[in-house]
Design a protein around this ligand. Structure first.
Ligand SMILES: [Fe+2]
Length: 132
């Protein structure tokens, strides 16, 4: 189980739950020795989900004039580039251990840390602006 906080904006919580489910589904697929094309499809889904989620957060931050926007956006861009590169190298090398390690550890640590810090603060700010 991933231990991360709920934030003040519902769509973000829903997307975070979906991300967690996608990650778990992928790990289960890998551990069950599933066909690589199934894994490819799920990885593409994970990337697309993350891209859309980030875009939505960024739209909300801009609408709320969130000053630390460039920092949060910078981390999103870094994560998307890394995720795309990981998927490419998986498709080239088909290294199950490398892919599971990345999902198991790096993605978990990044996700928990990002939601607990940047998303938590950003959501609280956007929500407080919406109420004023
Ligand atoms: Fe974020």
């Amino acid at each position: 189980m991933l231990n991360y906080p709920r934030v003040a904006i519902d769509f973000m919580n829903n997307d975070h739950a979906e991300f967690v489910a996608l990650r778990k589904y992928l790990l289960d697929l890998l551990h069950s020795g599933a066909d690589h094309t199934q894994v490819d499809t799920m990885l593409d889904n994970l990337l697309e989900h993350t891209r859309l989620h980030f875009a939505e957060e960024e739209k909300e931050m801009l609408a709320a004039n969130f000053t630390p926007y460039p920092v949060h956006k910078g981390e999103h861009d870094k994560v998307l580039a890394d995720m795309a590169a990981r998927i490419e190298s998986w498709k080239a090398a088909r290294n199950v251990t490398a892919l599971s390690d990345w999902l198991e550890h790096a993605i978990r640590d990044w996700f928990v840390n990002h939601v607990s810090s940047m998303d938590f603060v950003t959501a609280a700010y956007i929500q407080s602006r919406g109420q004023s």
